[in-house]
Design a protein around this ligand. Structure first.
Ligand code: MF3
Ligand code: CO
Length: 251
């Protein structure tokens, strides 16, 4: 397993790629409202990405037919946008987006409320987001990869949530998916030692119920096996000797 260490030049390009993605996400977040179709969200996302001269990296990736993954309620990830899928008040929706800038990939996901949602759903979204921050306390040189996994898992378990096991985070750079794989659940080894210059997409996917997931017949959409709600939060992160740089968050 070879984990790439980015040069200063490459880190600069990753920063740019991720900064643009943060802006795309901010604008997509503002568009979320009851009545919008998941197709419209994808169309807006693709238009925004291209308006920066970038390319959507999900489009046609292993045959994926859209630029943005739009996953509603019990859908965990990789929901395929559709004109027939209209967001309703009380839904939660996960938007996963990525782009390529001058050959460098970025990847980030957010879960949003649609209008007013239940307290339980709001807590799931917030705990999923916070679990990322619990994880990245260990995202620094000298720590080990699975310190991140264990911290995410321990935090989510306190709330009785299911931490998805069948999908993981990943290294990122000149490809969308590079080594290493980054599980979000408890590991019994330490994993590789983290080094400054690694860029990682850390992405907890958390179910309100059990961790089990299933694939729909479209071969993309991942849903919770028990039908419970699911949330997703992802950022592309740069490992340094000190605090990690969260590249896809705008300040
Ligand atoms: N964030 C997801 C990932 O890391 C998105 C990729 S899905 C696909 O794998 F649409 F690109 F296939
Ligand atoms: Co990812």
């Amino acid at each position: 397993m070879a984990v790439s260490i980015k040069s200063e030049r490459e880190i600069g390009l990753m920063r740019e790629s991720c900064k643009i993605l943060a802006e795309v996400h901010a604008k997509l977040g503002e568009a979320i409202r009851p009545g919008i179709s998941t197709w419209e969200i994808d169309a807006l996302g693709e238009k925004l990405i291209r308006s920066y001269g970038c390319v959507p990296n999900f489009l046609h990736y292993n045959g994926y037919p859209a630029s943005i993954c739009v996953s509603v309620n019990n859908e965990v990830v990789h929901g395929i946008p559709s004109k027939d899928r209209i967001l309703e008040e009380g839904d939660i929706v996960s938007l996963d987006a990525g782009l390529i800038y001058k050959g460098y990939h970025s990847d980030a996901a957010r879960t949003y409320p649609v209008g007013k949602i239940s307290e339980e759903a709001a807590q799931l979204i917030e705990v999923t987001r916070q679990s990322f921050f619990e994880g990245i306390k260990y995202a620094k040189e000298g720590c080990h990869l699975y310190d991140i996994s264990n911290a995410i898992d321990a935090y989510c378990k306190k709330f009785g949530y299911g931490v998805v096991r069948d999908l993981v985070g990943h290294g990122i750079g000149t490809s969308l998916h590079e080594d290493p794989q980054i599980p979000n659940f408890r590991q019994w080894k330490r994993g590789i030692r983290l080094k400054a210059g690694m860029t990682l997409a850390i992405e907890p996917m958390i179910n309100m119920g059990s961790y089990g997931v299933e694939w729909l017949d479209d071969d993309w959409t991942v849903v919770t096996a028990d039908g419970s709600l699911s949330a997703h939060y992802e950022n592309t992160v740069l490992i340094t000797q000190g605090e990690p740089e969260i590249l896809t968050l705008s300040d």
